[in-house]
Ligand binder design. Structure first.
Ligand SMILES: Cc1ncc(COP(=O)(O)O)c(C=O)c1O
Length: 406
């Protein structure tokens, strides 16, 4: 059983703002002390570059930086050689899309995706359409953005070479059936690319069991620092893929005739000085989550979300867009109040949520509105915080929401 009150003591932000209800975890999460200490230690006790210095502090950082792959490999059940550090989920997805466009895809090949994707899992594919002539197609979803496997089977025509979907969608929290998607896609030779930005922080994601070809996510959404992304890829696919960035540390040699040889393994994709302290601290975040247990985190969040939903459904002034989903954020509007005004009112009651389209700008085709409020929870949130949020939501009205501006 998770001891939430004990866990909350690990987060200095919760102590610094005892009045704040932080329900914007889908955007980024708070950081535990062990992560903050790891960043601080790097700057105060062991600053150096990595893979370049021949002295003790540099070797320590080499060990910590490359050792961080091991923590993520354990989290995902893969080899350390299959973990690449990038700058965020967006950078990971761009590397995957560009690498596939450059090395694998040909004009007319189809990328199958959904209308519920974040911009980071659509725009890189739109660029592949522009640059390599691939076609982007969408699998139909239900009105809470759940993918139906019979629709998926119909959409999986022979031209589909890759399927790119979020395991958990960022607005409605729909959990897509990745294992089945992989089985069906692989049966006809298509690759499976999973945007794990809203999944990996909240549940066990076993890339072997799910048979995922590529997975992308960000450390900052799982208690780690900003500026670190993770790209998992099956080793044989990474070996065959070209890196987007060229430069220092990733090359084995080059000559003035413009010939060059790249390094093997993860280094090939990590040109230039990486976010060293961020990667070291991200491994701490990863270990912190594994220590609490991803299954425990998932179960706790599911129960808290169910309680939140039950309370919200009692409010006559609130319209909820994902009442049947069992997981993820609650996405809603106060009837007759523009979402940003309502979020401003909640802020005046110390409730932090996000409003707008949440970077999923074609999702309105599915839910029928392009501006909502997203309240996203994490394992350090409590029922008391939910009660405070629900009570503030009950009071949202046009007069209140506009009143805060005068
Ligand atoms: C589903 C999903 N994919 C990708 C991203 C992009 O993550 P980042 O901004 O860390 O690159 C987000 C961020 O909100 C997301 O929710």
């Amino acid at each position: 059983m998770m001891d939430v009150q004990r866990i909350r003591k690990d987060f200095p932000m919760l102590k610094a703002h005892p009045e704040l209800v932080y329900f914007d975890n889908g955007a980024t999460t708070l950081k535990p002390q062990c992560v903050i200490d790891a960043v601080n230690d790097f700057y105060t006790a062991h600053t150096s570059n990595v893979h370049r210095g021949d002295y003790a502090i540099a070797s320590l950082n080499d060990r910590l930086y490359d050792g961080a792959r091991g923590s993520f490999a354990k989290l995902l059940n893969c080899s350390s050689q299959e973990i690449i550090f990038t700058h965020n989920a967006t950078a990971s997805l761009n590397q995957i899309a560009w690498g596939l466009g450059h090395d694998f895809l040909k004009p007319g090949d189809v990328i199958l995706t959904t209308e519920a994707e974040h911009a980071s899992n659509l725009l890189p594919w739109f660029r592949m359409k522009e640059e390599y002539g691939v076609e982007v197609r969408y699998v139909p979803l239900d009105n809470q953005a759940n993918l139906d496997l019979s629709e998926f089977a119909k959409a999986l025509t022979p031209e589909v070479r890759a399927v790119a979907v979020a395991m958990v969608t960022n607005v409605l929290g729909s959990i897509q059936p990745i294992k089945e998607i992989s089985r069906m896609a692989h049966a006809q030779g298509a690759l499976v690319i999973v945007d794990g930005a809203q999944a990996v922080p909240h549940m066990k994601v076993d890339v072997k069991d799910l048979d995922i070809d590529f997975l992308a996510f960000s450390a900052h959404k799982m208690c780690g620092p900003s500026g670190v992304g993770i790209l998992y890829g099956k080793k044989q696919l990474l070996d065959a893929m070209s890196p987007v960035f060229m430069g220092g540390d990733m090359n084995a040699r080059f000559q003035k005739e413009c010939t060059y040889e790249l390094k093997k393994g993860p280094s090939k994709f990590e040109a230039g000085t990486p976010n060293i302290e961020g990667v070291i601290a991200s491994a701490k975040a990863c270990e912190y989550l594994m220590e609490i247990g991803l299954d425990e985190i998932h179960a706790y969040e599911k129960e808290l979300r169910a309680y939140f939903l039950e309370q919200m459904q009692k409010l006559g002034n609130i319209e909820i867009y994902n009442p049947d989903n069992l997981y993820g954020p609650i996405d809603f509007n106060a009837k007759g109040v523009f979402s940003q005004d309502a979020a401003g009112y909640l802020a005046s009651r110390n409730i932090a949520v996000r409003s707008g389209n949440h970077c999923a700008k074609i999702l309105h085709e599915v839910i029928g509105t392009d501006s909502t409020i997203r309240a996203s929870l994490y394992f350090y949130n409590t029922k008391e915080e939910v009660d405070r949020c629900v009570s503030a939501c009950a009071d949202i009205s046009l007069e209140n929401a506009i009143g805060i501006f005068f």
